[in-house]
Design a binder for this molecule. Sequence first.
Ligand code: SF4
Length: 423
Amino acid sequence: MDCYIKVYGCQMNAADAHLVSRLLADGGIEEVEDSQHADAVVLLTCSVRRHAEDRAQGFARTMRGEGKKVIVAGCMGRLRGEELVKEGIADYVLGPDEYRKIPRILKDSEVSDTVEELETYSDLLPVDSGGVSASFAIMRGCNNYCTYCVVPFARGPERSVPYEALERQVKYLVDKGVKEVFLLGQNVLAYAHDDLRFADIVEKVSRIEGVERTGFLTSHPRDLDYEPVQRMADIPELLHFFHLPLQSASDKILGMMNRRYTISDYSERINWVRQTFPDAYLTTDILVGFPGETAEDFRMTLDALKRFDFDFAYMFAYSERPGTKAVRMASQEPKEERLRRLSEVIEVQTRITRRRAETWVGRNEDLFVTAPAPRRRGMLAEMKNHRSVILNHTARPGDFVQARLVGVKGWSVIAEPAVKEVV
Ligand code: SF4
């Protein structure tokens, strides 16, 4: 039995793919790189937007049409469940807490219908993908219930991985060459296990021998406090990278979204980050066309993009998700208007993103080399703040190279090795 894993959606699903790889390997099932050579396919799905569900459904139908066994796992498996089996889209559906059943399903063994709750998979060692950077889920689930989001329904309540388990996983991959560690969660700032909180975990992981860079993703702005930001400034390994999803800059819309911060709270947090880390790479999420968003609310968001000067933004038009509170709200914006607003924010942010990249040109930076650059000569590398760079030089993944930033191509900064001046 050869199995192919297809990932949709967020970084958590990408990290979950490594868990599934481990489960397949431990179960004696071969994982293949190409669906053409597979007898079975596991889809790790996303239900955050309709578009992601449609793509996964299309792929599942094609795979079933080719006679492969299809397991739809992850958020869509949990939320749509048996409906996908009845419609002929999947042979089996599993939620994000049921991946352990996959090897047994593939071997046609008896599998119970019981839905496992509060899984952390903390006993599993990750697979070694041969890279120098690896991600580790330190918490799963979400308690926030933003009114547009299905994640709390799909992934369940928050729960955190015990530090000892995390340390074992990190050390396992550091021994195999990983130098950069990303701590992942729906909201890493909510990490809580015994008396350890998020800043404790960042400190402890950064102190593990061999860890040279530590980053994290995603952070709910409401949970960012001043004191942990100051503590993190004393961690030399910390990447100066902060992803703080804003969503909207209208207090009325933020309230309707149940985000539980105001634009003034958000602004204060951005100031803490920028004052503490002047070189921070700051990114955000923006959701336009939420029910009741007026032209004035939308203008506030456009103004905020210009004011906060984000390095990058992930921008989306509101998409109705069944079961969420927002679906039942009055005055749903017409789809055309949502898309028009989306084009406008993309246009504004694209200019800002490019200008922010250009501000780095002319500086010298210590770059971390991550992988060969696809279709180009040179290597992919990252700055201390996680900004991606294309390095016109030969180097090995894991090397640190002193480089001069010489230009911008697309959204990437281009670098050449720094030449020492001879006096
Ligand atoms: S914080 Fe809000 S948007 Fe993020 S996963 Fe939780 S409910 Fe969804």
